[in-house]
Design a protein around this ligand. Structure first.
Ligand SMILES: C[S@@+](CC[C@H](N)C(=O)[O-])C[C@H]1O[C@@H](n2cnc3c(N)ncnc32)[C@H](O)[C@@H]1O
Length: 242
């Protein structure tokens, strides 16, 4: 099993048991309980205005329970939305049905998208990328984004970043060189690494702004803007091939 599967599946099972509607409500003290108040909403709204988008073909990967996807569908965007975890997609379908909006949800790993599929005007990431930690996995995601964007399309990304005020608990270990946060593991599972005789699993990637920008550009994505307190709200377009 991949390093992030069990954690994410457990989160959505707990979310359903507790009657919550989105990922953030599990982890944030300032939970709103409001499905429409998803964390990157203000940035997404600004990006749509800035890019002059009122209707478009959108792919959201890592959509979770679908709050951003439903927001876009309610405004007339044609939305395909994928998540790795079946429990998340089941909830997303239920919440979309309750709101009377149409989103094409499916269970899909963004690191293993079939080649040659549809092209999009917008690809959206609402806090998925930090969970995809290793270099090969991140290259797979960014290649999938690059290959599925129309030439004038846009990648709208919100991701967790390096935060000098973040405190990593004792069972975590942050490697400042790579930006990888590891979580202690009881066994040598797939993707585990051994550090000081202890097994760890890749847990999150918390990059500094310049490292994120360099990674995007190395994968054929030109950064048009990078904003937010920690500079994790980014708009890209495919680099012109020349
Ligand atoms: C922090 S949650 C954010 C969920 C949602 N976008 C939100 O804002 O509530 C990250 C999401 O990415 C999904 N995810 C992680 N790796 C993925 C992958 N390889 N392919 C598709 N989804 C993935 C997780 O299952 C989870 O739903």
């Amino acid at each position: 099993m991949r390093y992030y599967y069990a954690e994410h599946q457990a989160a959505y099972r707990r979310l359903e048991q507790e009657g919550l509607t989105q990922w953030n409500d599990l982890f944030e003290d300032d939970r709103t309980g409001d499905f429409d108040a998803f964390p990157n909403r203000a940035f997404l709204e600004r990006a749509l205005v800035r890019l002059g988008l009122t209707t478009a073909d959108v792919l959201e990967y890592g959509c979770g329970t679908g709050a951003a996807a439903c927001f876009l569908a309610a405004r007339g965007f044609r939305v395909d939305a994928i998540d790795l975890i079946p429990e998340a997609i089941a909830l997303a379908r239920r919440f979309a049905r309750q709101r009377g909006v149409s989103v094409n949800f499916s269970v899909q790993d963004v690191c293993a998208m079939p080649a040659g599929s549809k092209q999009y005007d917008v690809i959206l990431d609402s806090y998925c990328l930090q969970s995809i930690v290793t270099d090969p996995d991140r290259a797979s995601v960014l290649t999938a984004v690059r290959d599925r964007l129309k030439p004038n399309g846009h990648y709208i990304l919100s991701t967790a970043m390096y935060d000098p005020d973040r405190v990593y608990e004792d069972n975590f270990r942050y490697d400042a060189t790579t930006g990888i946060c590891y979580e202690r593991s009881t066994e040598p599972a797939d993707d585990a690494v051994q550090l000081d005789n202890t097994w760890y699993l890749p847990h999150r990637r918390h990059l500094r702004p310049e490292a994120l920008r360099a990674e995007l550009e190395a994968n054929g994505l030109q950064v048009l803007s990078q904003e937010g307190e920690l500079r994790g709200d980014v708009i890209c377009t495919p680099t012109r091939r020349g």
